[in-house]
Design a protein around this ligand. Structure first.
Ligand code: KG4
Ligand code: ZN
Length: 349
């Protein structure tokens, strides 16, 4: 390993995970995550104030844990990267404040990066340099989009996005109505294993010929969620038991089918033969298999990081920061703001 490559520490606090990652070039040295998910479970969703306080409490211990794992001291770090947005405003502020403190205390450059671009950049830690251009599908609790990535540090063009719920949000809402708990993605993934994906024919949003005219690369999951709710209600009204595993598997199939179809269509339309999938929903086992199966038939390569790198973590922020350093990007100013609605086109704040 070339020790001349910069050592970058990344801080992620956009939602309920306090993530600290340490990378050298494309090598991952540490990925410490402290999650407050348990504290939100009884509310069925992330409570911003609770998340912010948890970040505050977890920050220093998580930084220490990451440094221990990487076998480095903070003074060895060459640059600090932090999620500047998008995300929960109060949660982002904790990370940005910590990053500024480190940058000033250690006298190192600070890079305020986009959370969504970081979900794409993280794949470099596992599969090496991203092809340019590549097509990225970003599927998380807050976002579902198809992006043409010319350069992950500065040239990201949105091709389409959800017009209502994000894919992860649909998993969370359907899990809730099935009484499976929060977060919904992992539990639906597990429950679906014992169900049939063809038991119920749930709708595929924005796939009719008419929809494709205006929304070829957009997604819609709100109708699907309502269809699941109506189906379950009808069952309950008729006094029949709800086949939870079948509902989970058929719902998951509907989401994955549309995601994969549209990602492949977007890549083909751009003449791109590599697709990177990132974000929490990319951890879904069915999505991974289906994408691989259909892409290989078209000669398209799917790159998807291991599940632990798909959900929010600090390594992804460090990975994007490392790329910023490698490409000689100008660091952020020390008055860097946290921007809760930072657009994906704004990669470096
Ligand atoms: O990227 P992420 O950790 O946080 C955001 O930036 O939103 O994504 C969280 C979302 C949640 O909605 C969660 O239910 C979903 O990712 N998720 C999954 C799986 N693991 C997490 N969805 C489907 N299958 C999974 N295995
Ligand atoms: Zn995320």
């Amino acid at each position: 390993m070339a020790s001349s490559e910069p050592l970058v520490l990344g801080i992620e606090t956009s939602c309920d995970e306090t993530g600290i990652g340490i990378v050298r070039g494309h090598s991952l040295l540490a990925d410490a995550v402290a999650s407050s998910v348990e504290e939100h479970a009884r509310f069925g969703g992330v409570v911003p104030e609770v998340a912010s306080r948890a970040h505050l409490e977890a920050m220093v211990p998580t930084i220490e844990r990451a440094c221990d794992t990487a076998g480095i001291a903070l003074r060895d770090v060459d640059a600090i990267a932090v999620t500047a947005g998008p995300g929960l405003a109060g949660a982002l502020l904790v990370g940005v404040a910590a990053a500024k403190a480190l940058a000033i205390g250690l006298d190192k450059p600070l890079y305020g990066v986009n959370h969504l671009a970081a979900h794409v950049a993280v794949d470099q830690l596992q599969h090496g340099a991203l092809p340019e251009p590549c097509l990225a599908m970003l599927v998380s609790g807050g976002h579902s989009s198809l992006l043409r990535v010319g350069d992950v540090t500065g040239d990201i063009q949105p091709m389409g996005a959800t017009i209502d719920d994000a894919a992860g949000e649909a998993f969370d809402k359907v899990a809730r109505l099935l009484g499976l708990g929060f977060p919904g993605g992992p539990v639906i993934d597990r429950t679906a294993v014992s169900g049939s994906s063809i038991a119920i024919d749930f709708p595929r949003g924005l796939t009719t010929r008419k929809d494709l005219e205006r929304h070829r690369f957009d997604f819609s999951f709100s109708g699907l969620k309502t269809a699941v709710a109506r189906w379950v209600e009808a069952r309950e009204r008729s006094g029949e038991p709800v086949p939870v595993a079948d509902v989970a598997a058929s719902f998951q199939e509907a989401v994955c089918d549309v995601l994969v179809r549209k990602a492949l269509d977007a890549a083909s339309s751009e003449g791109i033969d590599e697709i990177v999938i990132g974000g929490g929903v990319a951890a879904n086992s069915r999505l991974r298999v289906l994408a691989e199966e259909r892409a290989s038939k078209l000669g398209i390569r799917i790159r998807v990081p291991r599940p632990g790198l798909c959900t929010d973590n600090g390594a992804m922020v460090a990975a994007l920061g490392s790329e910023m350093v490698a490409r000689g990007r100008t660091p952020s100013a020390l008055d860097l703001p946290a921007d809760s609605s930072q657009p994906v086109t704004h990669v470096l704040a």
